[in-house]
Design a protein around this ligand. Structure first.
Ligand code: FHN
Length: 600
């Protein structure tokens, strides 16, 4: 846990941070030997809360909220939008600033908001600290375009501090959304002056980290766009991510810190959609609105039903994702009652008969294919089949297996009805004897024996040979043991101080020992080139130079047996990344751990 700056320390920190010079503007020197892959987000203690909590509240709240989704143009016409209203309704900046001067969210009640989140079963909150409009929702020292200095709000209040205290008191994690894209800062659009904006952005982020100790930073506004032009690059993202990890190594950071790619940050951020299967190569979180707008829009009463929202949460969990569901407080800071009502209904379902076990701490079912009649998540030796289409009387539910496992027992949460489970064709038939318990999803809990998993190995890693050329030519410059293939050298890093950031190559050799006998999916995340052999067979061939990308192969492995492995990698110029992950029906996705890798 980080210390929290107060008073004078905060002022000093802001002054120091304002002079913080992002590495790039300090010269283009290469930091050879730097590897930005601090850990494996799939297994790191740092990300454990994120992988267990599954369900969070997004809050879009800013000066745009003061307009409540509607702007009357001088010609008398009405323009509707929410957090994009300034841009989409072409509101002149001076007029936008004038309306913000009247902003007074006096009814913002952090305790009530945190209660609404808890009532929903939400475990973390992410609030917009600064959206594209550039308006800071905390008393930043960096400029006066903020809720303290430019509003009619009580100048003794700090809503982020109020939310931080309420969240801490309730045992809920707090994160901040921060938009890189800034419509207000005059230095933003021009690449020549962008570094001045960047310094201010770094200073603001340091204020947020030092003052409120957030668990997570949710970046946005990273994409190539105009009006105003957005100069942000992947290299800018590398610098920012590195700076933030230096401020707080515990931070969880999303992939929009860079350019929303599999190599940026800790997790992917699909928006208004739920991926149809587990996402390869990165953790992920789907963010979604309750109606059709992120910011408050008085006219938008198109609320999703609690049934839909709860089923979305079940779908997300069953694919090892998180669900970040948004509320947009109005001009007075109040969360709309239809939002509060739906969130409470979701929480009621989660609290009933232990149905929340299918979500909290649960993940991709793995052992079975996802059925058409619902979603299957796994937690230890339990599978939770959340049934959204209950069978007709006498009917059964079929589960297609992905590996051999045994069902030891089955029960319906919240009902004492008998459930029979029988082997049938390519899987199991689940036959309940009674009715569904509710109209959202009835959960059948299956206690399973997932089959033999051998003890962790005693491996120390693979033999690694590093060449100071891109063709694996000549004698290796460095030969050593590499514990895991989990590397993000990015633009400025390299495998060792003696190896330049460009034009190097690596060969890893040895053996890999699986803990289960089943079909494994090997996944590489690479830039520029990579290829993998297992037992002498080329299974991944991505030997054409490429941007960061994923490649996968399925290989049958036998528990306890050491399968020979060879991995080759080459970096030409630009970014450099190489990760090797595996997953199987009984093994959740992770960077292949050191214990299962041997130098011979
Ligand atoms: O432009 C923003 C939008 O206003 C909202 O904040 C969403 C939420 O993730 N993100 C951007 C659109 O992708």
């Amino acid at each position: 846990m980080r210390h929290r700056a107060t008073g004078l320390a905060l002022l000093l920190a802001a002054a120091l941070a304002a002079t913080a010079v992002p590495a790039a503007t300090a010269g283009s020197g290469r930091a050879d030997g730097t590897d930005h892959a601090a850990d494996d987000p799939f297994t790191a203690d740092r990300t454990n809360w994120f992988r267990q909590d599954r369900f969070g509240m997004f809050i879009h709240f800013g000066a745009y909220s003061n307009l409540e989704g509607e702007y009357k143009r001088p010609d008398g016409s009405t323009c509707r939008n929410a957090e994009w209203i300034k841009r989409e309704c072409d509101i002149p900046m001076d007029e936008y600033e004038k309306q913000a001067q009247n902003f007074n969210p006096a009814d913002f009640d952090a305790k009530a908001i945190v209660k609404a989140a808890k009532d929903a079963g939400m475990r973390y909150i992410v609030i917009t600290s600064k959206h594209h409009e550039g308006y800071a929702m905390w008393p930043t020292k960096v400029n006066d375009w903020n809720l303290r200095d430019h509003s009619s709000f009580d100048k003794n209040r700090d809503i982020l501090a109020e939310l931080k205290k309420a969240s801490d008191d309730a045992g809920i994690k707090l994160g901040f959304y921060y938009s890189i894209w800034d419509w207000h800062d005059k230095d933003f659009p021009d690449p020549a002056t962008f570094p001045k904006y960047e310094k201010r952005m770094y200073a603001q982020l340091k204020e947020l980290v030092d003052t409120y100790d957030p668990a997570l930073l949710w970046f946005d506004g990273e994409w190539d766009t105009d009006k105003p032009h957005n100069p942000w690059t992947a290299r800018d993202g590398e610098r920012l991510e590195s700076y933030l990890r230096g401020l707080d190594p515990d931070l969880v950071i999303n992939n929009r810190v860079g350019k929303r790619r599999v190599v940026d940050g800790d997790y992917g951020t699909p928006e208004q959609e739920i991926p149809g299967a587990p996402v390869d190569g990165q953790l992920w979180e789907s963010c979604m609105t309750l109606n059709d707008h992120w910011g408050y829009a008085r006219h938008d009463q198109n609320w999703k039903s609690a049934q839909t929202l709860t089923r979305n949460l079940l779908a997300t969990t069953s694919r090892s994702g998180n669900y970040l569901l948004n509320v947009g407080p109005d001009a007075r800071g109040r969360v709309p009652q239809p939002s509060v009502d739906r969130l409470r209904q979701m929480g009621d379902w989660l609290r009933t008969a232990g149905q929340g076990e299918a979500v909290f701490g649960a993940r991709y079912g793995g052992l079975v294919e996802e059925p058409a009649w619902g979603h299957v998540s796994r937690k230890g030796d339990k599978l939770y089949a959340a049934v959204t289409q209950w069978p007709a009387t006498g009917g059964s539910l079929h589960l297609k297996v992905r590996t051999d496992f045994e069902v030891k027992s089955a029960r319906v949460l919240g009902s004492d009805q008998k459930v029979t489970v029988t082997r049938s064709g390519d899987g199991y038939d689940i036959k309940p004897s009674g009715a569904a318990t509710n109209d959202t999803a009835t959960v059948v809990e299956l206690r399973v024996d997932p089959g033999p998993t051998s003890r962790p190995g005693r491996g120390k890693g693979l033999k690694q040979e590093i060449f100071d050329n891109e063709n694996l030519e000549g004698a290796p410059r460095i030969t050593r043991t590499d514990a895991t293939l989990n590397h993000s050298w990015k633009y400025t890093g390299s495998p060792a101080a003696s190896i330049p950031a460009d034009r190097f190559s690596i060969r890893w050799t040895g053996s890999v020992e699986p803990r289960r006998s089943e079909t494994y999916t090997l996944t590489t995340v690479s830039d520029d080139m990579a290829r993998v052999w297992i037992d002498g067979k080329l299974v991944i061939d991505s030997w054409t130079p490429h941007e960061p990308r994923l490649d996968k192969a399925e290989v049958r492995l036998t528990a306890g047996r050491r399968h020979s492995i060879k991995v080759e990698y080459a970096e030409r110029t630009g970014e450099a990344h190489l990760k090797l992950l595996w997953s199987s029906p009984g093994q959740e996705q992770q960077v292949i751990p050191r214990s299962q890798l041997y130098t011979r």
